[in-house]
Design a protein around this ligand. Structure first.
Ligand code: DC
Length: 661
């Protein structure tokens, strides 16, 4: 996840490859409960790993259900409608509404001695309408705290199922879902009829419930959205295997990506044409705009079809969330696009009509808006502007506008507060970068160089962190090369060819601040003074330097790179947009190094260190291979009297002035 203040997306050009999207929460928890109630074993694939699903899994284990979790594949041994344990069980539901409501209903119908509680916030979330409905059909439920709210105590029911069961539909569709999932357990001797009182909200979610019930053998008959009948003799039967769909709204960004970007296409794994989520209909809208889409049960493949895209006019009431993505696609169209019937956008995370209009205008587009509609005019080549996109703490605004980075004018796009995507898709940008490609020269590089102990490593890694960029510690590559050479029994002074051969295919991996050589963690081993001396020896071998070039270039990946080391700005990334030459006077550097070494338990003297540093400076500056010298276009930063924060700030200020948004 990018927890930076902003994320600059370089101009992107193409996209190809496969993305796996996170699973849908509502489907995950329904599937777990239905599997538990069924006869037989169910293997659930691609389950979402979240607080809500963990709560449900814990409750199912308490009920004696066999639960085996292997990553996102979970095997449930169903109870077959018979509880193994029903005495005095206390369930902790956290703040998981998708677990609390359906479990309450199922347990109340099955009967036992159960207490259900949660975090304080859960005890403020209403459950009275569900409890009322359950009591009317003979369930025994008591409030242990406030009337109408958890915690609850559940006992043995005396079921009365002859008259229709009435439940309110205008507060939460979860109450109806809970009854629909619980009552098949009581349908042995009669039909069960549920009447919805009031207008039913969130109908697509009831559709999800009905669809899943059908997969588990329960064919609910529906009359409009008012009456639901569970046929007599309904029994839960495991489907054997079931795949939890990826979130269809999240899929819209990658469907759009496939339609916009050049490349061999995007494959979305985990959600497909047979999706039971309402937002999957986004694919029809995208196809109408020109996307070329093929699909299977749980995958989609999208390629560019019509280009430019076609402008459309669409009633978006059925896909309110995903339709936002159409607004950004519309910038790449040949005619205006009008999105109608989107009044609900006004009352979402932010006023989404205003937000989409404002941010599209920043890109240079002409936008018209009304109370419940939005018209987006195409943004032709030559008119795209660099924009810093405000995201209004709205995950969808952030994800939508990342698609503007494919603009034909190759201007970068800044996304403010990128971590707002965590609401539904924490790794959205990582997923985007895994398939999107930019020409190398568009991927920004900042180089930091300077004499030994100037603090360049610290500065570079902190700048990288602030910008969400990758970090290349090129010195570490020389250290690892020397280490690997010694391991292989090579002579650092004389075995130039074999060391270069080894460096060319160095199996080095950086994970956070840990460095791996093949399967061993060498982070500590390469940080000793001796490892530094050895690195210095291999770093003067020209063939070794050449052998490491490709590896260093490979660090230039989206969204950007901060590289530290002596030839970064001169040899490896001569086109870097910003090159910083960091210096500090020898006395300061000696003091810093002294502190560092003392804290590691080495006994050294300040005078000795200073003499060493000055000698090393002289040697470094005069050595024939990769001498220490600033690149011609480097800016100098003397940090003798600057804190690390102040130095980082200075570099960021220079960077901002180069990247004016
Ligand atoms: O920055 P460091 O101490 O980890 O570097 C280890 C050695 O490698 C040091 O002697 C300088 C050398 N080096 C180099 O020659 N070229 C680089 N790009 C980085 C480091």
């Amino acid at each position: 996840m990018y927890a930076t203040a902003f994320l600059d997306l370089p101009a992107l050009q193409s996209a190809s490859g496969t993305v796996t999207l996170p699973g849908s929460k509502s489907i995950s928890n329904r599937v777990l409960l239905l599997s538990a109630l069924s006869q037989g074993t169910t293997v659930v694939h691609d389950l979402l790993d979240s607080d809500d699903t963990r709560v449900m899994l814990a409750a199912l284990r308490q009920l004696g259900c066999g639960v085996d979790v292997q990553g996102t594949t979970v095997t449930i041994d169903g109870l077959g409608g018979q509880l193994q344990h029903h005495n005095a069980i206390e369930f902790f539901m956290g703040n998981a509404g998708t677990a609390m409501r359906p479990l309450t209903a199922a347990l109340a119908v099955l009967g036992g001695d159960f207490t259900l509680k949660g975090v304080p916030r859960m005890h403020e979330r209403p459950i009275g309408d569900l409890v009322d409905a359950l009591r009317l059909l003979g369930c025994s439920i008591d409030y242990l705290g406030n009337e109408g709210f958890p915690p609850l105590r559940i006992g043995q029911p005396t079921l009365q199922l002859d008259a229709p069961i009435r439940v309110r539909g205008d507060v939460s569709s979860q109450f109806l879902t809970a009854l629909l999932m619980a009552l098949p357990l009581a349908s042995a001797s009669q039909n069960i009829v549920i009447d919805v009182v009031g207008e039913l909200i969130s109908k697509p979610y009831i559709d999800i419930t009905l669809n899943l019930l059908a997969r588990y053998g329960i064919a609910v008959q529906r009359e409009g959205w008012q009456r639901f009948t569970i046929p007599q003799g309904s029994r839960y039967q495991s489907p054997g295997h079931i795949h939890v769909e990826a979130d269809a709204s999240s899929a819209s960004y990658f469907i759009a990506l496939g339609a916009i970007a050049q490349g061999t296409g995007i494959r979305i794994q985990g959600v497909g044409a047979e999706s039971i989520q309402g937002d999957i209909r986004f694919m029809d809208a995208a196809a109408a705009m020109g996307a070329h889409i093929t699909s299977g049960a749980n995958w989609l493949e999208i390629k560019r079809g019509a280009w430019p895209l076609r402008g459309i006019t669409l009633d978006c009431n059925h896909i309110p969330d995903a339709a936002m993505t159409l607004a950004v696609m519309a910038l790449y169209a040949d005619a205006p696009t009008t999105l109608n019937n989107i009044a609900s956008w006004r009352v979402k995370e932010t006023d989404r009509i205003a937000a989409m209009a404002t941010e599209c205008r920043k890109l240079g587009a002409q936008i018209e808006e009304g109370a419940d509609w939005l018209r987006i005019h195409p943004l032709p080549q030559g008119q795209w502007q660099r924009a810093s996109i405000h995201t209004y703490d709205d995950h969808r605004v952030a994800m939508c506008f990342s698609l503007a980075a494919f603009n034909p004018d190759q201007v970068p796009v800044r996304i403010e507060d990128p971590q707002c995507v965590a609401k539904t898709f924490p790794d959205y940008f990582e997923a985007l970068f895994s398939v999107a490609k930019a020409p190398q020269h568009n991927i920004p590089v900042i180089c930091v160089d300077g004499p030994t102990a100037s603090g360049k490593g610290t500065l570079a890694s902190q700048v990288a962190q602030q910008l969400g960029y990758h970090y290349l510690d090129s010195g570490a590559l020389y250290r690892v090369t020397a280490y690997a050479a010694l391991q292989a029994g090579l002579d650092l002074a004389h075995d130039e060819d074999p060391i270069a051969a080894l460096a060319r295919h160095l199996p080095v991996r950086f994970e956070g601040d840990q460095i791996w050589l093949a399967n061993s963690n060498v982070s500590e081993a390469i940080r000793t003074e001796e490892a530094g001396m050895n690195a210095s020896k291999v770093s003067v071998l020209p063939k070794v330097r050449t052998a490491l070039v490709a590896l260093q270039h490979s660090f230039r990946r989206l969204p950007g790179l901060v590289a530290d080391g002596r030839d970064m700005g001169t040899v490896i990334f001569p086109d870097a947009a910003l090159k910083v030459f960091l210096t500090a006077d020898a006395a300061q550097r000696a003091q810093r190094r002294h502190k560092q070494l003392i804290s590691k338990g080495f006994s050294v003297t300040l005078e000795g260190l200073r003499a060493d540093l000055e000698a090393r400076d002289a040697r470094d500056a005069s050595r024939s291979v990769a001498p220490l010298k600033p690149a011609q276009d480097a800016v100098s930063l003397d940090n003798s009297s600057l804190s690390i924060e102040a130095s980082v700030q200075q570099v960021l200020t220079w960077w901002q002035s180069k990247q004016a948004f």
